[in-house]
Each structure stands twice: as structure tokens, then as C-alpha cells.
Design a protein around this ligand. Structure first.
Ligand code: C2E
Ligand code: MG
Ligand code: MG
Ligand code: MG
Length: 285
């Protein structure tokens, strides 16, 4: 195991580093040490069907539990990992942690139907065939069908390196994996570039979703992306849904899936299992 799952946090799970310390700015050796010492772990956020509230899948999100500086979120180290050449190690560590567990979870909660597992991948992994081989092997060993695995690439990553993106995404697609365009609406993709890439899902960026309840413009953008997804045969997912009014709007316009604190936060395995039990009581059988 690449992660020490017993070392997942309890005290600082919601917090930031201790208040008396100056802000910690991690460097490459800190991150390498975190990988070696298994201080990274994964939390899982459910994705639900807008129409029913029933779980559709889980997204794996990495965390760093630093012994001195507390919980560090990925916004503070993914960029560093990319620059330091450690991002593939993180991707593989996340998969190594998530896949066998997800295989078991899918069996335990089979009554809820086929679940998907979403994994975030980085632009810097584009064009590295070794990574794909490793992913395919890990997947085969865990017994999870590639069609249940969704790789999320942010719009900016896809558009910064469109040729490399197409190569990586096509390779993943050939192996049967699903692909998702993350944080859509924040970059500058042209519609043409979008339809050329083999995505099966578009995730509407949280910035639009967060302001949907109060902004007519945000609602217009969300509706437009949902219609676009439908026309292109892609699923649309709204990320960062925090209020019931926004959920009602998403139902009204026929957005397929949603994620956000309204439904569930990213959770440790233990908390996620409790949440899944509640889902089973509501929707199972
Ligand atoms: P993302 O993939 O777009 O993930 C969604 C982010 O929004 C997550 O932040 C999640 O905790 C947060 N979120 C979900 N629902 C809500 C909500 O209702 N309200 C608010 N305010 N926030 C919500 P997180 O976990 O901090 O991750 C940030 C970004 O870091 C991710 O954005 C993803 O791009 C990247 N990331 C996370 N894990 C990995 C990983 O394993 N590998 C790579 N390459 N990137 C990762
Ligand atoms: Mg994502
Ligand atoms: Mg996103
Ligand atoms: Mg994001």
C-alpha cells in the first residue's frame, strides 16, 4: 500500500495548520518525503443524479496530512508536484489506494447500481505512455472495469497542450476508460476543440454554480452548457452545489449529475461508508 490509511486525520480533518505557525510553503523534498512516508491520503466525494439524489459515483481527491503543518489541500501542492516531476507518482498512489477499495465497495453496495470512480489527472502526465500502462495494470489487477473509471482533465490543461491532450485522452479511451472535462467554462476552449476531444462528461465549473441562486447570467451559462452537453451526447455535471434552489434549477433544466456540499462533502472511507449506508436505506433494492 502506498498510503497509510490508518494515519488519516481526525483532529485536523477540517482544519488548517496550527495557527501559531507561519504559512508553510512546501518544496519538492517535502512532497517527496510525504510520498515516501505515506502522508498523502484520499478522500471521496459522491456524485449524485440530479433528478433523484441517488449516488452515481465517487471522485477521489488527494490530501496531505503534514505532521507539523496539518492538512494541506491539493491547491497548495498539485502545481508543485507537476513542476517537481512527482505528479505521476501521486496519480498512481491515488489509484493504488482507491481501486481495490472501490472494487470492494461496488460489491458491498451493488444494490445501488453500477458506481463510477473519478480520478483527476494532470496536464503534465500528457504524452507519457508508461503512465497508461501502469493505469491499465492497476485497473486489471483490482478487477474494476475500465468503463467504470472516469479520468478528469481540466479545461485549461486540455487547451494548454491540445495535441498532447488528444494523444493521452485517445489512448485512455482506446482502453475503455471514460473521460471528463473538468472546470468547464473557465478556460477558452473553442467549441470545435471541445468536440474533437473524446469526452463523455462535462463538469460545469463551481464559479457558475456557486452564483446560480443569485445570478441570472450564471444560470444562463449553466443552461447553455447543459444544452451543449445534451446535443453532443455528453453527461453534464454541476460541481459545487451548495443550496436547494440551485439543485431545483439543475433539475428544471435537465442537468444529469451534481456534486457539492448540499449532498456530501469529500469524506474519508469511514464517513463515506456511513453515507453509502444511508443511500442504501433510501434507494437500495
Ligand atoms: P476539482 O477536481 O474541480 O474538485 C472539486 C473541488 O471542489 C474539490 O476541492 C472539492 O473539495 C471542492 N468542492 C466540492 N463541492 C464543493 C462545494 O459545494 N463547495 C465548495 N466550496 N467546494 C466544493 P479540492 O479537493 O481542494 O481539490 C481542488 C483541485 O485539486 C481539484 O479540483 C483538482 O483539480 C485538484 N486535485 C485534487 N485531487 C487531485 C489528484 O489526485 N490529482 C490531480 N492531478 N489533481 C487533483
Ligand atoms: Mg475533478
Ligand atoms: Mg472541477
Ligand atoms: Mg477545480
Amino acid at each position: 500500500l502506498l498510503f497509510d490509511t490508518n494515519a488519516t486525520p481526525s483532529k485536523m480533518a477540517l482544519g488548517f495548520g496550527p495557527a501559531h505557525l507561519p504559512a508553510f510553503k512546501p518544496a519538492a523534498p517535502d512532497l517527496q518525503a510525504a510520498l515516501d512516508q505515506k502522508h498523502l491520503f484520499v478522500v471521496y466525494q459522491p456524485k449524485i443524479h440530479c433528478a433523484t439524489g441517488r449516488v452515481s459515483g465517487l471522485e477521489a481527491l488527494v490530501r496531505w496530512q503534514h505532521p507539523d503543518h496539518g492538512l494541506i489541500t491539493p491547491d497548495r501542492f498539485i502545481c508543485l508536484a507537476e513542476e517537481a516531476g512527482l505528479i505521476d507518482s501521486i496519480t498512481l498512489a491515488v489509484l493504488h489506494d482507491a481501486l481495490p477499495w472501490f472494487a470492494q465497495l461496488s460489491t458491498d453496495y451493488g444494490g445501488l447500481g453500477e458506481l463510477t470512480l473519478s480520478i483527476n489527472i494532470s496536464a503534465r502526465s500528457l504524452g507519457r505512455p508508461e503512465l497508461i500502462d501502469a493505469i491499465v495494470n492497476l485497473c486489471a489487477r483490482s478487477g474494476v472495469s475500465p468503463s467504470r473509471l472516469i479520468f478528469e482533465l481540466t479545461e485549461t490543461a486540455a487547451m494548454d497542450e491540445p495535441v498532447a491532450a488528444l494523444t493521452l485522452l485517445t489512448r485512455l479511451r482506446v482502453h475503455g476508460f471514460m473521460l471528463s472535462l473538468d472546470d468547464f467554462g473557465t478556460g477558452y476552449s473553442s467549441m470545435l476543440q471541445l468536440v474533437r476531444l473524446p469526452f463523455s462528461e462535462i463538469k460545469i465549473d463551481r464559479s457558475f454554480v456557486a452564483s446560480a441562486a443569485t445570478s441570472q447570467e450564471s444560470r444562463a451559462v449553466i443552461r447553455c452548457i447543459t444544452d451543449l452537453g445534451r446535443s453532443l451526447g455528453m453527461k453534464t455535471t454541476a460541481e459545487g452545489v451548495e443550496d436547494a434552489a440551485t439543485h431545483a434549477y439543475l433539475q428544471e433544466i435537465g442537468c444529469d449529475l451534481a456534486q457539492g456540499y448540499l449532498f456530501a462533502r469529500p469524506m474519508t472511507r469511514q464517513l463515506l461508508t456511513n453515507w453509502m449506508d444511508q443511500q442504501l436505506a433510501r434507494f437500495g433494492h
